[in-house]
Design a protein around this ligand. Structure first.
Ligand code: ATP
Length: 201
């Protein structure tokens, strides 16, 4: 099965776009969900986090203290690299397995926020689809998110590719600077194009 990698900056609308594809019947694998599963105890990723960063990054019930971890890794580049080394290989393996287990369809969507930033993800997909959103709008959407202060949101944006760099690496781009119905129209156009492309191969 062909795989489209869906990426975009934080709060750009990836999940919204993925849900629109899913509604059209496209099987979707989301690496954020995989990361979430991998950080539920008992998990060897959590064991490695305890060994690397200390037990203070785990809550009393053994789950990851996400807010504390996020605050550290968006201030400390080395900590971010180390956290990625713990999670990314496991996410890649689980994504591969999840794609293999999907019901047959001409193509699948793999949602990977850091498709271009993290090593080893681009080769999991055949085409890269970028959701592009103006950074002002990303910050506005993120401001509405509980537990994420503006400084952390800006830190996350800074740690990711600039929109122009992401677009330069994209095969296809969906612009999310307008309404949800404009977004829906673009998703439908991409879907039609992908069906044709996958069936032609
Ligand atoms: P993250 O990087 O955190 O996973 P994301 O890229 O998946 O975020 P979404 O969760 O899809 O982004 O969108 C962020 C928020 O913005 C959501 O609340 C979503 O409903 C809203 N949103 C996205 N696009 C639009 C739009 N075109 N019009 C109105 N609201 C939108």
């Amino acid at each position: 099965m062909k795989v489209i990698g869906l990426t975009g900056g934080i709060g750009s609308g990836k999940s919204t776009v993925a849900a629109m594809f899913a509604k059209l019947g496209v099987p979707v694998v989301d690496t954020d969900e995989i990361a979430h599963q991998l950080s539920l105890p008992p998990s060897d990723a959590l064991d490695e986090i305890r060994q690397t960063f200390g037990g203070a990054f785990l809550q009393a019930d053994g789950t990851l203290d996400r807010a504390r971890m996020r605050a550290l890794v968006f201030q400390d580049e080395n900590a971010r690299i180390r956290l990625n080394e713990i999670f990314h290989p496991r996410i890649r393996n689980a994504a591969r397995q999840a794609l293999l287990a999907l019901a047959p369809f001409p193509y699948a969507l793999l949602v990977v926020p850091l498709l271009f930033e993290a090593n080893g993800f681009r080769s999991l997909v055949d085409r890269a689809l970028v959701v592009d959103s103006p950074p002002d709008q990303q910050l506005e959407r993120l401001a509405a998110r509980p537990g994420l202060d503006r400084a952390t949101a800006e830190g996350i944006l800074r740690s990711q590719l600039a929109p122009s760099e992401r677009i330069a690496l994209a095969d296809d781009v969906i612009s999310n600077g307008g309404s949800l119905s404009e977004l829906q129209r673009q998703v439908q156009a991409c879907h039609a194009q992908y069906l044709e492309w996958a069936n032609d191969l």
